[in-house]
Write a protein that binds this ligand. Sequence first.
Ligand code: MTE
Length: 319
Amino acid sequence: MLIKIEHPYPVRSSEITPEAQYWDRRQFMRMGAAAAGLALAGCAPEDPAENSKSPLSALKTVKTTNMAGSENITAYDDITHYNNFYEFGTGKTDPALNAATLRTRPWSVVVDGECEAPGVIDLEDLMRPHALEERVYRHRCVEAWSLVAPWVGFPLGDLLKRFKPTSKGKYVSFQTLLDERQMPETARGVLDFPYREGLRIDEALHPLAFLSVGLYGKVLPNQNGAPLRLTLPWKYGFKSIKSIVRIRFTERMPMTTWNQLAPNEYGFYANVNPTVDHPRWSQSRERRLGELFKRETLMFNGYPEVAPLYAGMDLRVNY
Ligand code: MTE
């Protein structure tokens, strides 16, 4: 985002996973996981999704909602090998190469600020009350590439309500882990780490706002923001903060990483809007990972149900 590099994405359209094939693959993965479970009986399970005591063991049995129409789901390899995660490098292939150093267990999240029930909560306890579900969402990066992904997680609003935000909790801010040993690239200071993002409380409570812990029926890969990331399909990708360690309710609009760095390029709202160009490039079209030709970008990325959140706002000013 900082440095504009043209990447002709080298994936053939034949590599896209057609939807039907994905659902077949899910069935196959379930059978594979069951077989693996048998083979591993008696061993200490390493994968949290295979540990029946872990809330992640529900990953394979979740109900699915397709919220991307009849569009092809992007291939798993593309979703996991073309990433933005500056804590692991600025190149699109860097996160897949470097993020193995991220330790995602144990993991806890601080929830504080303007709420009645602040606390530090272990990830497993954070997840336990929530029924996991799978949602197929379109995503649009501000750099004009996009993808369709099957995320597993639960609604952000369900989690936030547990902490009882007060009437002063008008915004929610999120922060990523900052640990130079696990994320050596952060020492280079390309961004003002820790990575921070924020939402207005009504945006955060919108049913589309999602917290993801899995992808394609598997535990979320590190490069996609393990163990916990935001997934906001109607906003540019940079709002979907990865590897969250802190959630804070605030009275004032929180500072966010990209907005602080270049406020004229990256607004606080960052709603996908084909009629408002980025100062350095058009936002009217996008290239779906795995496809050759560009397609038109849709207002709110094709999720018009969020429009009432912005009624009466000038979206050219509040970009
Ligand atoms: N979160 C953190 N902590 N660090 C980042 O660099 N990049 C953002 C967002 N979340 C980023 C982040 C950007 S610019 C995008 S487009 C999406 O992650 C990319 O998500 P993906 O790699 O899963 O497609």
